[in-house]
Design a protein around this ligand. Sequence first.
Ligand code: ADP
Ligand code: ZN
Length: 591
Amino acid sequence: MNLFYKNLTIWLIIGLTAILVLNLFKGEPETVNALTYSDFVAKVKNGVVTNFTLHKNIATWKDSNGERFRSVIPENPASIQQFIDAGAKVEIVPSREPHWFLRIFLSWFPIFILVAIWFFFFRKGSNKGGGKAMAFGKSKAQLVDAQESKVRFKDVAGIDEAKEELVEIVDFLKDPTKFTEAGARIPTGVLLYGEPGTGKTLLAKAIAGEAGVTFYSISGSNFVEMYVGIGASRVRDLFAEGKKKAPCIIFIDEIDAVGRHRSSGAAGGNDEREQTLNQLLVEMDGFEVNDNVIIVAATNRLDILDQALLRPGRFDRQVLVPLPDVLGREQILKVHAEKIRTATDIDWNIVAKSTPGFSGAELANMINEAALMVARQGGDVNMNDLEAAKDKVMMGAERRSMIITVEEKRITAYHEVGHALVAWMLPGADPVHKVTIVPRGKALGLTMQLPETEKHSHSYSYLFNNLCILLGGRIAEELIFDEITTGSGNDIERVSDLARKMVCEWGMSKNIGPIVFKASDQPGASTPLVSDASIEKINSEIRDLIDTAHDTARKILSDNMEIMEAITLDLLEKETISNQDIQAIIDQPRG
Ligand code: ADP
Ligand code: ZN
C-alpha cells in the first residue's frame, strides 16, 4: 500500500476518534444549579417555578435572573401530574438517543481500531506481482526491492576478471536445462567481496539484467532488528518469495551484518543475529539446483564472515571485486563520460593515471561533479574541470566561506609546507601533487601526494617516509612558532597507528621481529596472550620508530629553512600551489 494512503488512513482514524470523544463530552454547556426534589416540588407549588422542561427524569428551568436550575424527579406520570395540577407548564423533550448508526459505531469502535492496527502492522503490502512489494512483516516491503534490472555487463567496466567468473551464472539462468542435463552443479551462492564502491551491487544487477530475471535486493543490516525472531522469519520469507518468483537473483548487500563469525565479538554475542545467520544457512542448504534462484551477497569484510557461510553448497563461489588499475579506471571513466558532454581533447589515460586508488564509485562521482560544475556555466567538461572534480572527491568540497584569522592561515601554511617539503626531500616518497590552504571538509589545509605507479605492497622505507611526512607538519610549526596547535591531531593519530602496525602487524621492528600482535592479544581483550614485559617492549619499539622519524623530518626542515619560507610565502599568496610551483622555488638560485 502506498505510504500516502497509509498516512491518510491513520489521520482519518485519529480525526474520527477526536470527533467521537468530543461528542461524548458534549452537553451540559452552562453551569446548572441542582435542587432537591422536595425543594423543587415546593417551588412549583408556591408558584415560583411556572414552567420547566422535562428530559427523562430531569427537570430544568430558568429563574427570573436567567440562572439555570435542575432537579431530578421520580420517573412516573403521577409525579408529573402533580406539577400540572399545581398549574406549571411542563414541556417534555424527547430523550436524545444517539443515532442507531452512531451507537453501533461506538460499540464497535475499539474493535475496529484493533483490526486497523493489526491490518497495518501485519498485513501490509499485497503481493502485486513483481512490483515493489514482498509480503509485509514478511521481508519488510520497503526494504526488499524487486526490479527488472536495466544494467548490463557493458555498464560494468574495468573488472573483467570478476565479470568472467559471472558469465556462467548468466548462462545458467538463461538456460538452466543445459546445465542440469549435463549434471553440472551451478553454485547457488556467489559472494562478491572487495572495497566499497568497486561495483559489487552493479555486478549483481548486471547478472540479473543480462539474464533477464528479477532482481531482489536487501541489505544484511535489515535482517538484524531489535525484535527477536524477526530476522530469521525474514530470511525464510525472502527465500520462499524468491523460489516463487524464480528464476531470479536475490542480492544481499553487507552480508557481514548477519554473517559475522559467530563466536567473535565481545561478551555474550548476539542471539538474534545468530538465529538469522542459522536460518540463512538452513535456507541455503535447502536449495536445489532447479530452484533457479541465485543468491549474490556482497561484503567488504570477507575476513570476518562465518566459515560456515563459505562451505560448499552455500557461498562457495567467491569473487574478488578489486579496485580498478589504470586501465580499469580509464574504462570506467569512459563508461561514465558517455553520459555527459565532454571536450574532445580529454586524454582519459592521463586522468586515469592521476587517480590511483579511486574506486569505480569515486570515479563515477568525479565525472558527475565535473558535469555539475560545468552545468552552471554551460559548455563541455574539460581537463581542468576533471582536475577540480578530482580534488573535490579526494579532499572534500572547498569551504571558502570559512573565516580564518591571518595567524591561523600562517600556521596552516607552514604546517602544510612542512609535510610537502619532507615528502619532496625524501627519496622514494610519493611525489607532491598539490598543497592547499583552502579549507576542505574538516581540514584547514591539505598536502596531496600522488604515487607514480600503483603499489600493492609497501616497503619499510616507504612506510618510514610516510611517518616522517606526517610528522613534518607539526615540526614546521615548532620551528617557526612558539606555540603548537591542535591542527596536527589527525597527523599524530595516523603516525601512532602506522607505527603500531609496522611493529605489531608487519613485523618491521628488529628487536621484536616477525611476530604478530593483534588488538585482541592486548590486555583488556578476552584472551590476552601478551605479557606485560612484551607490551613494554612493543611500546618502546613504537616509540623508537616515531622518534627516529621525527629526527629525520626535523633535520630535513631545519636544513632547508630558506626554501620552506619561500614556499610558504608562495602558498600564502596563491592558496593552492602545484608540483611545478614548488619545483620552481627549489630551482631558484640562492646565496
Ligand atoms: P559496491 O556495491 O561495491 O559498494 P556499487 O556497485 O554500489 O559499489 O557502485 C556504486 C556506483 O559506482 C555504481 O552505481 C556505478 O555508477 C559506479 N561503479 C562502481 N564500479 C564500477 C565499475 N566497475 N564500472 C562502472 N561503474 C562503476
Ligand atoms: Zn597535517
